[in-house]
Design a protein around this ligand. Structure first.
Ligand code: ADP
Length: 441
């Protein structure tokens, strides 16, 4: 039994004993004991009312002078209040420190609730996004109105950050990184990446300018080399070097062409040129170009594509991406082997796969294959006339069409390059496409 209760039971027992003895003396034992009990009850009520008054008034004052179990209760309330105050002070110090730290961070930090309403932000968010104290409770979309930000917030995958011009200043570039937590709450970190963006812009401009500047002199050189090569007066000892010069200048032209294409894909953010593209017609052109490229190697390029599928995109870019994949299959597969282009619906949207029975690629190369100039085997590729930019172009085209490129390959078994386009890029009227037809060369 609790010590306080035991003491109280002892007091009550003693009181009843005294009342019983006193009652026996005065001849009214029962009435004396009832009076004693009433007295005890009155004393208990007096203690409770003092305790209650103390608690409801200001429990910071000293507790009333109570006795027995009521005194102990008052003491333990005082103890737990002190403990609570100590813990609250510690917690306030931690919160204050946290707020000071986030205030000192140069990146903007914004806390949003599940309706994207601003709950809290640090001072860097004020400078970067233009938030003020009175904006708490407003939707962040009122401040960052860019459509790409709305799309980004509605995504479920935030592994990649989003770069946008600052809503305050067009010359400033901001990077938004979202993290979801709790029940749909969201932490937005806003970083000023203007310097990095300018450097990246300079790199892109440099590559684009150099490629453009090199194109004209190279065309002139190629013209002269070709004319010289055709000359009948050419001494035989010059024929081989001229042939090599011609081959190398063709390679350089292809390289410059790919560099220009890649920098156009990188610099042109305008997707307004996207139109409905008939995938089958487009792939039939790619198929016949691939057959022309294969020529004597006689690859069997097959196309399995349902009729009438229309994809919203840039015809030029899609043709470039599919051509790169199919031409690679031709370049790297042994003569006479099958190359299959398949188009079909996929749970995520539309799938376009290019499958070959070529040498395959070791899995260690797969993660880096879409990097610029990454080659599995440079000696083999220089003989195929590759530039090392083809798959980088495919990756960029897929990014610009909100799609993705998957690569599956096994050494000695061949490779499959799969482009997956999201459902929203397939035009509604053509989603229920008719039967699939195979176009043989
Ligand atoms: P390249 O112009 O050299 O072909 P790509 O970017 O198109 O450059 O391809 C990168 C590398 O990936 C190639 O150099 C080649 O080694 C490998 N590769 C691409 N497609 C295939 C394929 N279908 N089969 C085998 N290897 C391939």
């Amino acid at each position: 039994m609790n010590r306080g209760i035991a003491g109280e039971v002892r007091i009550l027992g003693l009181l009843l004993l005294v009342c019983a003895v006193f009652g026996a003396v005065n001849g009214y034992p029962f009435i004396t004991m009832v009076l004693g009990l009433l007295g005890y009850l009155g004393w208990t009520l007096w203690n409770i009312s003092h305790l209650s008054r103390w608690l409801s008034n200001n429990s910071r004052q000293l507790p009333p002078d109570l006795h027995g179990i009521w005194g102990e209760i008052a003491d333990s309330i005082v103890q737990s209040q002190r403990q609570h105050r100590r813990e609250r002070a510690m917690l306030q110090t931690v919160i204050k420190r946290g707020q000071e730290t986030t205030r000192a961070i140069r990146d903007g930090i914004i806390l949003l609730n599940s309706d994207a309403e601003i709950e809290w932000f640090n001072s860097a968010a004020t400078q970067l996004v233009g938030l003020r104290n009175q904006d708490q409770g407003q939707s962040l979309f009122n401040f960052v109105r860019h459509p790409r930000f709305v799309q980004y917030m509605n995504k479920s995958d935030f592994s990649e950050p989003l770069d946008l011009p600052s809503p305050q200043n067009d010359a400033m570039r901001l990077q938004y990184q979202l993290t979801r937590f709790g029940l749909g709450d969201c932490l937005v970190v806003v970083r000023d990446v203007t310097r990095l963006y300018k450097l990246e812009q300079m790199r892109k401009d440099f590559v684009a300018n150099v490629s453009h500047e090199l194109r004209t002199p190279l065309t002139v050189l190629r013209g002269y080399v070709e004319t010289l090569g055709m000359s009948e007066e050419l001494p035989p000892k010059w024929q081989k070097p001229l042939q090599q010069m011609e081959q190398q200048s063709v390679r350089m032209s292809a390289l410059i062409q790919d560099l220009i294409e890649l920098s156009q894909l990188e610099t042109n953010e305008n997707l307004s040129t996207h139109r409905p593209v008939d995938i089958k017609l487009l792939l039939q052109t790619v198929q016949s170009d691939a057959l022309a490229l294969s020529a004597d190697s006689k690859h069997q390029v097959k196309l399995k594509c349902p009729d009438g599928i229309q994809l919203l995109g840039s015809e030029k870019e899609l043709q470039s991406a599919f051509s790169n994949l199919v031409f690679n299959a031709v370049k790297y597969s042994p003569a006479g082997t099958d190359i299959t282009i398949t188009v079909r619906n996929h749970p995520l949207g539309l799938l376009v796969a290019v499958k070959d029975k070529g040498p395959g690629i070791d899995s260690i190369h797969l993660p880096r294959l879409t990097e610029r100039f990454y080659r599995v085997n440079s000696s083999r590729n220089s003989s195929t006339g590759g530039t090392g930019l083809g798959l980088a172009i495919v990756k960029h085209v897929m990014l610009r069409h909100s799609g993705r490129l998957n690569i599956k390959s096994r050494l000695g078994k061949g490779s499959t390059f799969t482009c997956i386009f999201p459902i929203r890029k397939i035009l509604p009227a053509t989603q229920s496409t008719t039967q699939s037809t195979t176009t043989e060369p």
